[in-house]
Design a protein around this ligand. Structure first.
Ligand code: ISL
Length: 544
């Protein structure tokens, strides 16, 4: 059944990192059957669709984003039949299911690459990017997101191959029409299997500048510019869009380098995908060693993306994902109140909100003690780079720990029982010791819990057109502590007032007549007036 283009505007998504969600067969790893077990929990939460991080066959160098077979479910997660069962049971509960579409690169263990590297005239050679090189002289000086060069020298053929991420993730050559057709066929295959759409991974990198493109240095373009939404990508995206439209697929793009203005053409009525994640606010600043969010910069970014996509285009909203530390540590002060303020401030913005597993119960960063506990290549490479800069091991570990994506990959905390009810075996990654206090069971029956608040926010999103479709207007823009905005639709208005800081603040209104407070779980009533004083992480809602 073809989807109408805008029925995604009232939806709420839930992101599952399968490895850490629920283990059903006592091997210490999350799996598909474990997700099936937890569908009733997700249905009760009220979410509309699930985004599954990669389940494909993979050597797991980069959390499954190094795919060695696009058509196979990795046995650590189960079988294709398990996935078909998950699709069926999710649909039976009215929950859609989207998969990660990783088409910028494959694993270096993918048969295409194993063939490609064999010889210069191998039929698969041009499925990837190969250029003449010498062991210590690469085709250019471009830098990988994971540190080091984007080139790895291959002795066998005296050439180097290109990779935006880890050397185990060679980039696909999208200039090759044969490769493109292989990818288009694979996309159709998954949609024919019955999934409802995709999250497009690193999609803005599939087109590269000419290798001679010069990185102009710190005051010129940024080091990633040679592979950020480069001209010519439109041709590929329009073809992919054709396929999505054939199936009415629900699509969200992770498209780093697509600006808030360019996002209108990526997601608007003539866009390639339904919605897009802005990635600007995750930027790790060197001069911000504890990785606490700069509220002024964050607020400016969010307001710009909201206003640039207010007429044309659509935001995918999030405060957590599998690539970033936990929001309560980055944005909050570790308190429940800060987690609640975070929930309210983003869930009611204009866009489709995503909740990352564990965010809804206030899971926190992990207390890392040594570098061997980190799994992500980006974390390990960063540690080595800091040591090379002369930082001592202890400070290097601290710097890595506050920015590491490994924080969000610890097993989901279901109960206060052994291994938090995630597994009955030794978990692949240790549980955060605070699972005894922070877990689903603890939240589920407490009307003042974070989980209960998320359920109310999701219901509001479903019930109120001023939230799903309404316009948005921001107030007190210069006050970095305050997130204050009004959603309006056909005469109904909802005013959202959040102090996103750990210190008291105040804000003023001139148009406050006629608003009535909308209670979620706030303590006592606070009528709207011309001047509003807000406690740390206090939030208030008003309607008229
Ligand atoms: O621009 C970037 C550098 O910060 C990033 O936004 C980059 O585009 C992003 O890291 C891509 O992430 C995705 O692809 C990676 C994988 O490691 C991540 O987990 C995934 O979210 C490679 O597949």
């Amino acid at each position: 059944m073809k989807k109408t283009r805008n029925d995604f505007k009232s939806l709420v998504g839930y992101q599952i990192y399968p490895k850490s969600f629920k283990d059903s067969n006592a091997d210490g790893m999350g799996d598909i059957s474990g997700i099936i077990e937890k569908l009733p929990y997700l249905s009760d939460l009220g979410i509309d669709f699930i985004w599954l991080n990669p389940l494909y066959k993979s050597p797991q160098v980069d959390g499954g984003y190094d795919i060695s077979d696009f058509y196979q479910v990795d046995q650590m997660f189960g079988t294709l039949d398990d996935l078909k069962k998950l699709i069926k049971e999710a649909h039976a509960l009215g929950i859609k299911l989207i998969m990660d579409l990783v088409i910028n690169h494959t694993s270096d263990q993918h048969p295409w690459f194993l063939e490609s590297k064999k010889s210069k005239d191998n039929p698969y050679r041009d499925y990837y990017h190969w250029e003449d090189a010498e062991p210590d002289k690469m085709p250019n000086d471009w830098k990988s997101f994971f540190g080091g060069s984007t080139w790895t020298y291959d002795d066998q053929t005296g050439q180097a191959y290109f990779h935006v991420f880890a050397k185990e993730q060679p980039d696909l050559n999208w200039k090759n029409p044969k490769l493109r057709e292989e990818i288009y066929q694979m996309i159709r295959w998954w949609l024919d299997l019955g999934i409802d759409g995709f999250r497009l991974d690193a999609i803005s990198h599939i087109q590269k500048e000419d290798w001679s493109f010069e990185i102009k240095g710190p005051h010129g373009n940024d080091p990633w510019e040679p592979f950020m939404n480069v001209r010519g990508i439109e041709e590929y995206m329009l073809k992919i869009k054709e396929i999505f439209d054939d199936y009415g697929a629900l699509t969200v793009g992770e498209a780093s380098g697509v600006t808030s203005k360019a996002a209108r053409s990526w997601t608007g009525s003539k866009g390639y995908i339904d919605m897009i994640f802005e990635l600007e606010h995750n930027a790790k600043e060197e001069n911000n060693p504890n990785n606490k969010i700069d509220l002024k910069v964050y607020k400016e970014t969010i307001i710009r993306w909201q206003e640039d996509l207010s007429e044309e285009g659509w935001n995918a909203l999030y405060i957590e994902n599998h690539d970033n530390p936990r929001s309560i540590d980055v944005f909050g002060d570790g308190s429940l109140q800060s987690a609640k303020a975070l929930a309210v401030h983003y869930m009611l913005l204009r866009g489709t909100p995503f909740i990352y597993q564990g965010q809804e119960i206030g899971m926190t960063n992990f207390p890392f003690e040594n570098i061997n506990q980190f799994e992500a290549p980006e974390s390990r490479n960063y540690y080595e780079a800091l040591l090379k800069e002369g930082l001592d091991p202890k400070d290097s570990l601290t710097r890595v720990a506050v920015v590491s994506r490994d924080n969000s990959r610890t097993p989901m905390q279901w109960t206060n029982q052994l291994e938090a009810g995630f597994t009955s075996a030794k978990p692949w990654f240790p549980l955060n010791p605070n699972y005894r206090e922070i877990n689903v069971a603890e939240n589920e029956h407490d009307p003042k819990s974070l989980l209960s608040l998320y359920k109310k926010l999701i219901s509001l999103k479903h019930e109120r057109k001023e939230i799903s479709e309404g316009s948005i207007e921001f107030y007190d823009r210069e006050n970095p502590q305050i997130f204050s905005y009004k959603r309006s639709h056909e005469g109904r208005e909802l005013l959202v007032l959040v102090n996103l800081s750990a210190t008291p603040t105040s804000t003023s209104f001139n148009d406050f007549e006629g608003f009535k407070e909308l209670t979620l779980d706030q303590t006592g009533l606070k009528p709207l007036s011309s001047k509003m004083d807000l406690d740390p992480f206090e939030y208030r809602l008003y309607e008229r």
